[in-house]
Design a protein around this ligand. Sequence first.
Ligand SMILES: NC(=O)C1=CN([C@@H]2O[C@H](COP(=O)(O)OP(=O)(O)OC[C@H]3O[C@@H](n4cnc5c(N)ncnc54)[C@H](O)[C@@H]3O)[C@@H](O)[C@H]2O)C=CC1
Ligand SMILES: O=C([O-])CC(=O)C(=O)O
Length: 304
Amino acid sequence: MITIIGSGKVGGDAALFSALKRLDDQILLLDVAEGLPQGEAMDINHMLSEQGIDVEVKGSNDFADMKGSNVVVVVAGSGRKPGMTRMDLLKINASIVKSVVENVKKYADDSMIIPVTNPLDPMAYITYKVSGFDRSRVFGMGGMLDLSRFRQFIHEATGHSRDSIRALVIGEHGENMLPLPRFSSVSGIPLSTFLPKEKLDELVTNTKQVAAKVIELKGATVHAPGNAISAIVESVVRDRKQVIPVATYLDGEYGHSDVTIGVPAIIGKKGVEKIIELDLNDEERQVFDKAVASVKSAISGIEI
Ligand SMILES: NC(=O)C1=CN([C@@H]2O[C@H](COP(=O)(O)OP(=O)(O)OC[C@H]3O[C@@H](n4cnc5c(N)ncnc54)[C@H](O)[C@@H]3O)[C@@H](O)[C@H]2O)C=CC1
Ligand SMILES: O=C([O-])CC(=O)C(=O)O
């Protein structure tokens, strides 16, 4: 069973994509808001009925219902309003994530947890610490979404098929995000073959800023995050061993310890099966280290 805690905009969409991809026979939506997960489940089941897909989506307010889950997505908590950074949500969401993860530990202690709530990297750290799970079983979704945006900008700038574009974004899912043109390509051909440096710099800036733009225009980001969650869950449940940037706990990798930050990792049925260490150049390393410092400063200010 896949459980999604937080049945709001992103949680509901993640359930929808997971069901359409038939990632499990049972998907559970949990929320503290009475009626919301039940209504969302009904709505999705009605859609699945027309599609002839036998995945059962259930909505509940009872955390005990997550017993038996192999994957738990945590997407409960507030989203930012226009003008805010993700880090502005630190205090309000830290207590929500703590209480939610206590419940995961109580009812699904051999599951994997995919934190999504913002600010993502500190929330992934809280999830890791509060759960006490092995670090391979806690990995946050942020970079997967960021790279889908970077891919879209590359597609718009080059005109090449989205399918032929590969992109990588690591670091903080926030102000110190690190899109990596050097590790992105069109069918394996370096981006610098297609676009001048100034254009690449522009795409990097746009990738960092575009979520705020979507929030300004429509109030929240919904479909791209819902899909990115389902892509990570898919790599786990189908043991695809895709290389995906996830917010995972570092223990010496990239020269850092006791911090959770976005790095590429092999994601399979055991969760994070290997962290991949990239040979970052000085410029990239500076941004990455700044991201680590930002997350460390945030987590030092919260009680876990
Ligand atoms: N990591 C990422 O890439 C992304 C992260 N996010 C984050 O995901 C979070 C959710 O975003 P939306 O779905 O747009 O918000 P939303 O407001 O639509 O839904 C949040 C839901 O969480 C529920 N909730 C609050 N406390 C809870 C608790 N203790 N237990 C269970 N449920 C609880 C609320 O009742 C609400 O239904 C936000 O923090 C947002 O910033 C959103 C998009 C992408
Ligand atoms: O920007 C936000 O607040 C939501 C989010 O993390 C994203 O869509 O990347």
